[in-house]
Design a protein around this ligand. Structure first.
Ligand SMILES: [Zn+2]
Ligand SMILES: [Zn+2]
Length: 255
């Protein structure tokens, strides 16, 4: 068993962690899919799953490892079942011998055969069907690049406003949080590498939004005044009995 673990360590290096719990050795590794044509571009390793093997002291001669798959990203339930079956047959075929490398590699090649995450983009709720449109965040969630891009732009505006408000109201701002954009799903902060990868959004739209907001701000005192005037007029007419009483009309309808 020690020899097998040494071999695994030399192959998977830091991806592999080994823990000793009583007489059991626990091996954990996150397995990623390869990109197209097996390229090992980190951004294209879209799918992943954590593989945990619990090895009893009597492994491999007298017992099989207990294998758990967890924390999968971008996989459907059917695919998870398929992976579990794969492990099962791998263990059965190799009883009595070292089986971990075999298991890990067959999961990896299966993951790579799935290629694209079968997940909808959590921002627009449509499926992601083109590999080139996908962005995978540092927390391993998937979005369309354009969707994440506009989300980030809006968040930036929001944070900018919050920041300025805090400053204006004399709150002490311990840390400049304007770049702390949270992932829409898990709320982890998106890394700068991810933010830099995003395509530019249509800026004019934001100018419009800003203009809109300014317009509403300048209008609102007048609008409020106008609302007060019409409210008074409404009351006056109602008192004179010259208007349909909405409450009473409703009563009639519901009787
Ligand atoms: Zn989307
Ligand atoms: Zn996330």
């Amino acid at each position: 068993m020690d020899e097998e673990i040494q071999v695994l360590q030399s192959i998977f290096l830091d991806d592999l962690t080994i823990n000793q719990v009583n007489d059991r050795t626990i091996i954990t590794i996150t397995i990623y899919s390869h990109g197209e044509e097996n390229e090992i571009d980190l951004d294209k390793r879209l799918l992943c799953i954590t593989f945990i093997a619990e090895l009893p002291a009597t492994y491999p001669e007298h017992s099989s490892p207990k294998i758990t798959l967890c924390q999968s990203r971008g996989l459907t339930d059917e695919q998870l079942t398929e992976l579990k079956e794969l492990i099962q047959s791998c263990l059965e075929l190799n009883t009595g011998s070292c089986v971990l490398y075999e298991c890990i590699e067959s999961i990896r090649s299966k993951l790579s055969s799935y290629e694209l995450p079968t997940e909808a983009c959590a921002i627009c709720l449509t499926m992601i069907t083109d590999r080139n449109e996908i962005i995978r965040t540092n927390c391993h969630h998937f979005y369309h690049k354009d969707c994440l891009s506009s989300y980030v732009e809006n968040k930036k505006l929001e944070l900018e406003e919050k920041y300025n408000d805090a400053k204006k109201n004399g709150f002490s701002v311990e840390k400049d949080f304007r770049q702390d954009i949270e992932d829409p799903v898990c709320r982890q902060i998106l890394s700068t590498t991810i933010l830099e990868q995003l395509p530019p959004t249509n800026r004019t739209e934001h100018v419009d939004t800003k203009l809109h907001r300014e317009l509403i701000q300048t209008l609102s005192p007048n609008i409020r005044q106008w609302q007060q005037q019409t409210q008074a007029l409404f009351q006056q007419q109602k008192d004179k009995g010259g208007i349909i009483d909405l409450d009473r009309t409703q009563e009639i309808i519901f009787r």
